[in-house]
Ligand binder design. Structure first.
Ligand SMILES: NC(=O)c1ccc[n+]([C@@H]2O[C@H](COP(=O)([O-])OP(=O)(O)OC[C@H]3O[C@@H](n4cnc5c(N)ncnc54)[C@H](OP(=O)(O)O)[C@@H]3O)[C@@H](O)[C@H]2O)c1
Length: 319
C-alpha cells in the first residue's frame, strides 16, 4: 500500500506541486482577491524568518497588517524583520523569540501575548523534518514536538484571544506529503518504528490536517484552514531533503509561489466564503486522501489524537 501511495503521490506532485503546476493553477486565480488593505489587523506567523513564512509576512506587511514574527533565533528573526520593514515600509513588525518544540515555553509566550496584544490571524507555519530520531529536553521526539504538539498548544492557548476578534482565521501550513500517511495515534513519539524522518514528518502533517478539521467543528466563530504550499525552494527542502532537492531543483516553486495560498487564506474575503476546516492547494479546497489509498481514519482515532495532545499539553502547562 505504501508503494502505491508513494507512486500516486509523486505523479500528482510532478503535475501539481511544481512551479509549472503553480503556473497552470494560477491561471484561474482572481487577482482582485489579494487587492486588499489589512491595516488595523494583526497577524502572527511562526517560522517567519525564512522561506514560505517570510514570503507570506512580506506580502501581508505590504497590505498594511501588523505582524508578529515568532522565531527561535534572534539574529535570523531581526534580520528578517529588517528586510520586511525595508522592503514594505511597514513599521508594525514585531519579533518574538520562541522555540516551537518547547511546550512550556509556548504556554508562557501565549499567556503573555494574550495580555499585551490583539490577534486576528494565526499562521502556524514553523515546521521541521529531522531525519534522525532526536529528543527535546522534555523527552519529546523533535518533529512531533515542533509540528504537532507545538501547533496544538499555540493554537489552543491563543483561541480565546482569536475568539474575541472579528473575521478571525487560523491557518496551518501542512503538506501534501500527508497524503501518504493514515493517522496513527499509537506511536506519537515514533519510538517503536524504524525511524524515517520523511514519514514521521508526513504523519505530523496528517495530524495537523485532522486537528484543523476538529478545531473547525469545535470553534465556529473562527475560520480554520490547512494548506499545502506545493514544492517550494526553501532552506528546509535543501537541508532536509538533499536528494529530492538535487533531482527537483529546476522544477520547484519560488518561496512566494509556495506562500500564495497562505496569503490568500490570511487576507482575502474570498477565502472565508469557503467552509471552515478544509485543506487547500492553490486557492482551492482539495481532497485530503488519495484515491483508493485507505488513509481515512475513524472518529475514535481522531478523538484519541485530540485526547493524547490535550493530556500532553496539560502536562506541560505551567501552574
Ligand atoms: N518548501 C516546501 O516545499 C514545503 C512543502 C510542504 C510543506 N512545507 C511546510 O512549509 C512550512 C515552512 O517551511 P519552509 O519550506 O518555508 O522552510 P524554511 O524556510 O526552512 O522555514 C521553516 C521555518 O520554521 C522555523 N522552525 C523550525 N523549527 C522551529 C522551532 N522549533 N521553533 C521555531 N521555529 C522553527 C525555521 O526556523 P529556523 O530558520 O530557525 O530554522 C524557519 O523559520 C513548514 O511547515 C513546512 O513543513 C514546505
Amino acid at each position: 500500500m505504501s508503494w502505491y501511495r508513494n507512486c500516486v503521490f509523486f505523479v500528482k506532485g510532478l503535475r501539481e506541486f511544481t512551479r509549472s503546476g503553480y503556473e497552470s493553477a494560477s491561471r484561474s486565480f482572481v487577482p482582485e482577491d489579494l487587492e486588499v488593505d489589512v491595516t488595523g489587523r494583526s497577524f502572527m506567523i511562526t517560522g517567519a524568518n525564512s522561506g514560505i513564512g517570510k514570503a507570506a509576512a512580506k506580502e501581508i506587511a505590504k497590505r498594511g497588517g501588523a505582524l508578529h514574527l515568532v522565531c527561535r533565533n534572534e539574529d535570523r528573526a531581526e534580520e528578517a524583520k529588517g528586510e520586511i520593514v525595508a522592503e514594505t515600509g511597514n513599521q508594525n513588525i514585531f519579533v518574538h523569540i520562541l522555540d516551537m518544540s518547547n511546550p512550556k515555553g509556548i504556554w508562557e509566550f501565549a499567556e503573555k501575548f494574550k495580555n499585551e496584544h490583539k490577534l486576528n490571524v494565526l499562521i502556524n507555519n514553523a515546521g521541521c523534518m529531522v531525519n534522525q530520531r532526536e529528543l527535546t529536553e522534555d523527552g519529546l521526539e523533535k518533529n512531533f514536538a515542533t509540528n504537532t504538539l507545538g501547533t496544538y498548544i499555540l493554537t489552543t492557548a491563543l483561541l480565546p484571544l482569536l475568539e474575541k476578534g472579528n473575521d478571525s482565521r487560523i491557518i496551518v501550513v501542512s503538506s501534501g506529503g500527508m497524503l501518504v500517511q493514515k493517522l496513527n495515534t499509537s506511536d506519537l513519539q515514533s519510538g517503536n518504528i524504524t525511524f524515517d524522518g520523511t514519514m514521521v514528518y508526513a504523519q505530523n502533517k496528517r495530524q495537523q490536517v485532522v486537528l484543523t478539521e476538529q478545531w473547525a467543528k469545535a470553534h465556529q466563530t473562527i475560520h480554520f484552514a490547512a494548506m499545502h504550499p506545493g514544492w517550494a525552494d526553501t532552506p528546509a527542502v535543501r537541508s532536509s531533503m538533499p536528494d529530492f532537492y538535487e533531482k527537483m531543483k529546476t522544477k520547484l516553486r519560488t518561496e512566494v509561489q509556495g506562500a500564495d495560498t497562505v496569503i490568500w487564506l490570511a487576507v482575502s474575503p474570498a477565502a472565508i466564503k469557503q467552509a471552515s476546516g478544509l485543506f487547500f492547494q492553490d486557492r482551492q479546497p482539495v481532497p485530503t486522501h488519495l484515491p483508493l489509498a485507505s488513509t481515512h481514519s475513524s472518529p475514535e482515532d481522531e478523538e484519541k489524537l485530540l485526547k493524547a495532545l490535550e493530556e500532553l499539553a496539560q502536562h506541560f502547562k505551567p501552574t
